[in-house]
Design a protein around this ligand. Structure first.
Ligand SMILES: Nc1ncnc2c1ncn2[C@@H]1O[C@H](COP(=O)(O)OP(=O)(O)OP(=O)(O)O)[C@@H](O)[C@H]1O
Ligand SMILES: [Mg+2]
Length: 466
């Protein structure tokens, strides 16, 4: 089986990943200049200069492919931009370098063991850039003739394709005919057919035919009829992750599991075979390893077993850069009764570069609010902006950001386009922030279910032990 490790490249080429971020959709990068100095307000990023610069430096090392098996920890209070900076890094990396983001609690799923979930996440973050020679047919369609059998079940046909130098006739089978009709290929189109995967792509219409029709969509692209041979060899380069190779080659699941996301556990022997094969490809110059980034958000939610597994995994030959974020101070390490900084064991902390994030100044908060308003298409009155900024200082940045869209709905109800102070005030009375919620609970004097009156410490301990 080892001999037939497939990369599934031809099938994978068409998968585009969709990203939905929401709270961080205004972040378009780290906002650094060429010398990695953070700009005050750029690419949706404001302030937090040191952490952004540190992130930029690490990124540079990743891009140069020099870093593997390193780890980095963003530590700081809630809503100081840890997740935002990590997403900014992802955007800067470019499409070819894998970036995987998981929340630590995802590891505790029922369908697979913790270490398997972590292994999958780690392998998702390692790219393999594979060079493949593929044979393509490229030319202008002269004629396409399709014969259907009486029942219509089978189709056969002939396709005549030319370049400026030659003309060739190909026999078509049912699959190829379907692929051509899906692309709506007609005579006069310039097309390319990948011979291994059978994928048809339309490159445009031939200039020679530009006068044949008067009515043509504005988006019709005219191209020259290609020169030379109809069949050409082309070198194509594509990047897949180690995890994708694992899944495609796991016999029980196969390629379709990638779409379902339901990959189950993958046998260690298979992984070993794939590692050997990839190393072989690398030696032959057929493949290149691209260590990417694995971001583990809320990392304090991992337990001691996961941490020791990570310690070991970081020393592996195929290891990505692991970035973690935690908002805990001295906290109990999950699964033990010991306390440790950020809820991480000291031996792991010893291996990581720690970057701290700090609360924002009122000016920075104001800038972030402005950016969010633009992103959510909300107009704030100047006075409302000042009020919202001071609200953020008294409550949290997140709470204030949440009020933007609430304020807009209230403003719209009175048929106004601009959000005024009054709208924010009303939103403030509808939705409580954390401090007011605690106050409210105190006022209820234990009328809620399962409340332990006056024993804050007891509750804390109960939580820590879980
Ligand atoms: N420097 C920044 N520039 C622009 N927007 C920011 C910045 N920092 C944070 N934000 C925005 O503020 C909100 C809160 O930040 P974020 O979620 O990154 O905090 P966090 O540090 O991950 O907090 P937690 O510890 O609670 O997870 C997000 O909507 C984020 O996009
Ligand atoms: Mg976060």
């Amino acid at each position: 089986m080892a001999a037939q490790i497939s990369t599934g490249a031809s099938e994978l080429r068409d998968i585009t990943k969709m990203e939905r971020i929401g709270a961080h959709s205004h972040i378009r990068g780290l906002g650094l200049d060429d010398r990695l100095e953070p700009r005050a307000n750029s690419q949706g990023m404001v302030g937090q200069a040191k952490a952004r610069k540190a992130a930029g430096m690490i990124l540079k090392m990743v891009q140069e492919g020099r870093i593997a098996g390193r780890a980095m920890l963003f530590a700081g209070p809630p809503s100081t931009g840890k997740t935002a900076i990590a997403l900014g890094m992802a955007q800067t990396l470019g499409p070819d370098v894998p970036f995987t983001m998981i929340a630590a609690s995802e590891v505790f799923s029922l369908s697979m063991s913790k270490t398997e979930a972590l292994t999958q996440a780690l392998r998702r973050s390692i790219g393999v850039r594979i060079k493949e020679e593929s044979e393509i047919i490229e030319g202008e369609v002269v004629e396409m003739q399709i014969d259907r059998s009486l029942t219509g079940a089978t189709k056969t046909g002939k396709l005549t394709i030319k370049t400026t130098d030659m003309e060739t006739v190909y026999d078509l089978g049912t699959k190829m005919i379907d692929a051509l009709s899906k692309e709506k290929v007609t005579a006069g189109d310039v097309i390319a057919i990948d011979k291994t995967s059978g994928k048809v792509s339309k490159l445009g219409r031939s200039f020679a035919r530009s006068r044949d029709y008067d009515a043509m969509g504005a988006d019709t692209r005219f191209v020259q009829c290609p020169e030379g041979e109809v069949q050409k060899r082309k070198e194509v380069v594509h990047t897949v992750s180690l995890h994708e190779i694992d899944v495609i080659n796991s016999r029980t699941q196969g390629f379709l599991a990638l779409f379902a996301g339901d990959t189950g556990e993958i046998k260690p022997e298979l992984r070993d075979q794939i590692n050997t094969k990839v190393a072989e490809w690398r030696e032959e110059g057929k493949a290149e390893i691209i260590p990417g980034v694995l971001f583990i958000d809320e990392v304090h939610m991992l337990d001691i077993e996961c941490f020791s597994f990570l310690n070991r995994a970081l020393e592996n030959e195929f290891s990505p850069l692991v970035i973690m974020a935690s908002n805990r101070g001295m906290a109990r390490i999950r699964g033990t009764k010991f306390r440790s900084p950020h809820g991480l064991p000291v031996d792991l902390l010893d291996r990581v570069l720690i970057v701290s994030t700090h609360p924002y100044s009122p000016d920075e908060i104001q800038e972030i609010i402005k950016i969010r308003c633009e992103e959510e298409d909300v107009t704030l009155a100047d006075s409302a902006l000042t009020v919202l900024t001071s609200m953020a200082a008294q409550t949290t940045l997140r709470y204030a950001l949440n009020l933007i869209s609430c304020g807009q709905i209230i403003a719209r109800k009175r048929r106004a386009e601009r959000v005024e102070v009054e709208d924010l005030r009303r939103a403030y009375t509808y939705f409580m922030d954390e401090k007011r919620s605690v106050q409210w609970l105190k006022e209820q004097q234990g009328s809620l279910v399962f409340e332990e009156i006056g024993s804050d410490a007891a509750t804390k301990d109960a939580m820590d032990l879980s």
